[in-house]
Write a protein that binds this ligand. Structure first.
Ligand code: ADP
Length: 417
């Protein structure tokens, strides 16, 4: 996991330090900076519906009005061209740039399947070539500005999912697809531990083929025990995104090349898929909100006071949130807009989820931060603490004074790591 750069900021995972960037690193960094959310769809083994779920997530997000890229790096069976009726399409390859195939006005697709001379020929590549291909498909494809890039990985916890997560950086969130049977559940356990080891957050688990939608009566029958994925999500402390039933219509849509979310809006399966993208859309909203500057008055507690926290390292706002040594806790009177007290407090050790809870326990209303990862931001939002990201590396006094004067200028949510 050596080139997994920062755990708490949105900088690229390509091991790029500000001075020592190669032109390739810079290109990757620029590409990733234009993609707001990276979602990597993985599964412990093949045949659980990973590509089907990835495709429907991407289409559902695009139908919700988001700019979406769908990248198929499943070298063993790139199936997305077939699932979207895009077989035979050939991306235009220009000078150092590959144009993705447009599926609709706001969904672009790139798949290894577009590049293969024949869909019947297996891809026999050694590890480094496959890994190079994944990097190239992120870096050299003209994705432009995306709200979401959804990546369909090969099954398992091998080199390719590892490379995809490392290429996309620590903010890339994993969606783990499973089926309800016990044997698949063991695979999920491995997948969750894999993400933990690589250092990427798990957005959640999807239990596919969970119950059977009867074509005659339309109701769902549990033919395998359903709920295994949900129980495991609870046990492992990750989100459960929902169950998708085994629906003959899903199989048919896959064979005929139309995504089910385009035709099934009110059925059990369509609703299940819509529910799965909700946390993704909520995350997008939280991050968008945190780029805006909140009014002091809107934050005030009953006594008219606002407590602001600034993460500090070496006397200045810590650009890398996960590396802050202390927090400046600044109490402000909303009537006078004056600072009443400033205290430096040392937080507990930085374990996942600890700091947002600790900050909330300190009665903090607002965190003024530099770079902070998506997962940390949602944890603050869940704890009822507002966050502003992209504040400059100045003394905490200056940062708060500028905020109070309405002159705090925020930049990109990146860190100096
Ligand atoms: P993976 O990417 O995990 O190998 P696929 O997405 O290719 O799996 O799906 C494997 C097969 O299962 C395909 O034929 C697909 O149409 C079918 N399938 C996937 N999910 C469902 C579902 N919920 N109901 C019915 N068939 C499904």
């Amino acid at each position: 996991m050596s080139d997994q750069a920062c755990g708490s900021c949105s900088s690229s995972g390509s091991g790029c330090s500000s001075q020592g960037c190669s032109p390739e690193d810079m290109k990757m960094k620029k590409t990733l900076a234009r993609i707001k959310h990276k979602i990597v769809v993985i599964s412990g083994k093949g045949g659980v519906g990973k590509s089907t779920v990835a495709t429907n997530i991407a289409v559902a997000l695009s139908l919700a009005g988001k700019q979406v890229g769908l990248l198929d790096v499943d070298v063993h069976g790139p199936s997305i061209p077939r699932l979207l009726s895009l077989e035979g399409q050939q991306p235009h390859i220009g000078h150092e740039i590959i144009e993705p195939i447009s599926y609709s006005k706001n969904l672009w697709v790139m798949s290894l399947g577009f590049m293969l001379p024949s869909k019947d020929e297996p891809v026999i590549w050694r590890g480094p070539v496959k890994i190079g291909m994944i990097k190239q498909f992120v870096q050299d494809v003209a994705w432009n500005d995306l709200d979401f890039l959804v990546v369909d990985c090969p099954p398992g916890t091998g080199d390719e999912p590892l490379s995809a997560l490392q290429t996309l950086g620590p903010d890339a969130q994993a969606v783990i697809v499973t089926t309800p049977q016990g044997v698949a559940i063991d695979d999920v356990r491995r997948s969750v531990n894999f993400c933990k080891q690589v250092g990427n957050p798990v957005l959640g688990i999807v239990e596919n083929m969970s119950g059977f939608v009867c074509p005659d009566c339309g109701s769902v029958h549990d033919i395998f025990n359903s709920g295994g994925g949900e129980d495991l999500a609870k046990e492992m402390g990750v989100n459960f995104l929902g169950k998708i039933p085994l629906d003959p219509e899903v199989g048919r849509s896959g064979d005929e090349g139309y995504p089910i979310v385009r035709v099934d809006h009110d059925g059990i399966t369509g609703k299940a898929l819509s529910a799965i993208i909700k946390p993704m859309l909520n995350l997008a909203e939280t991050l968008q909100e945190n780029l805006k500057m909140p009014n002091l008055e809107d934050l005030a507690g009953k006594n008219g006071m606002v407590r602001i926290a600034v993460p500090v390292a070496a006397g200045k706002l810590a650009m890398h949130f996960g590396h802050c040594e202390q927090f400046a806790l600044v109490d402000v009177d909303t009537m006078t807009k004056g600072v009443v007290a400033t205290n430096m407090e040392t937080p507990p050790p930085h374990e996942p989820g600890v700091i947002p809870k600790w900050i909330a326990d300190q009665g903090v209303h607002l965190v003024l931060a530099g770079g902070m990862g998506a997962k940390a931001q949602t944890m603050f939002t869940d704890a009822g603490v507002r966050v502003v990201v992209g504040a400059p590396a100045e003394s905490p006094e200056n940062v708060v004074a500028n905020y109070l004067a309405g002159s705090l200028v925020t930049g990109q949510n990146t860190c100096d790591h």
